[in-house]
Design a protein around this ligand. Structure first.
Ligand code: KIV
Ligand code: NA
Length: 265
């Protein structure tokens, strides 16, 4: 199959075909995930929790993101490679340009930034210089200390309208893709309709254009009680490969996420 580009994701959105994304942090997982039909691989700064054992993503450094991006790019079989910009690596536009350049040189094809209207200038600058951008809204884990915990975002109408406005602003600034994390399903549906950019949800209901999960979560490997939006696809599969294929299939058929994995208003 042909390599996935931002155009592929736009076509999916136009046709109303749901697509699957997963995280990967190394070449082996990148190979498994992309071979199983996952369209987007995210080198998430969730690696700070999943690989390093921290209780947040804040300790993750640029050097670490570059290392994992290189490994993923080596294993990837045609998925779109998106790398997270870690905490405070895009505090200023100049920092964002330098750090995004490093991730692109390491093999990323898009970078992801967490934030709202304050990122418009930075996103424009990246976009105008050839760096595709994914804007991450809703429960942005780099803001856990401002949120006072990992909480569903956009639950009241004022915040919901603000999030729709921010999504539109960031798209106008040049964001090519939007990630929505832990927002009520009806709000995610409104944002998905409001923007032309493909919207990828996690804990955002079934009506976004794509879905993403942390790969260790959907294989049931993460210790402790999983969050509501996670489903263990290995439980009903014979192998890791089959579990990833089952996830891709469930996303494409819009069977995942179900009500039980979603937040309502
Ligand atoms: O770091 C990560 O894994 C992410 C996804 C969960 C969206 O940002
Ligand atoms: Na992340």
């Amino acid at each position: 199959p042909m390599a996935v580009t931002i155009n592929t994701l736009r076509e999916y959105k136009q046709k109303g075909e749901a697509f699957a994304a997963l995280t990967s942090y190394d070449a082996t997982f990148a190979h498994a995930v992309s071979s199983a039909g996952v369209d987007v691989i995210l080198i998430g700064d969730s690696l700070g929790m999943v690989l390093q054992g921290h209780d947040s993503t804040l300790p993750v450094t640029m050097e670490q993101m570059v290392y994992h991006t290189r490994a993923v790019a080596k294993g990837n079989q045609g998925a779109l490679v998106v790398a997270d910009m870690p905490f405070m690596s895009y505090g200023t536009t100049e920092q964002a340009l330098n750090n995004a350049a490093e991730l692109m040189r390491a093999g990323a094809q898009m970078v992801k930034l967490e934030g709202t209207d304050w990122m418009t200038d930075t996103i424009s600058a990246l976009s105008q210089r050839g760096v595709p951008v994914c804007a991450h809204l809703g429960l942005t884990p780099q803001f856990v200390n401002k949120f006072g915990g990992y909480k569903v975002q956009g639950r009241d109408e004022h915040h919901a309208e603000q999030m729709i406005e921010h999504a539109c602003l960031l798209e106008r600034a040049g964001a090519d893709v939007i990630v929505l994390e832990c927002v009520p399903a009806p709000l995610a549906a409104r944002i998905t309709q409001a923007v032309k950019a493909p919207v990828i949800g996690i804990g955002a209901g079934a009506d976004t254009d794509g879905q993403v999960l942390v790969v260790h979560d959907m294989l049931g490997l993460t210790p402790g009680r999983p969050p509501r939006f996670v489903k263990n696809f290995l439980a009903e599969s014979d192998s890791v490969q089959d579990a990833i294929k089952a996830y891709v299939d469930a996303v494409r058929r819009r069977q995942f996420p179900a009500e039980e994995h979603s937040f309502q208003a």
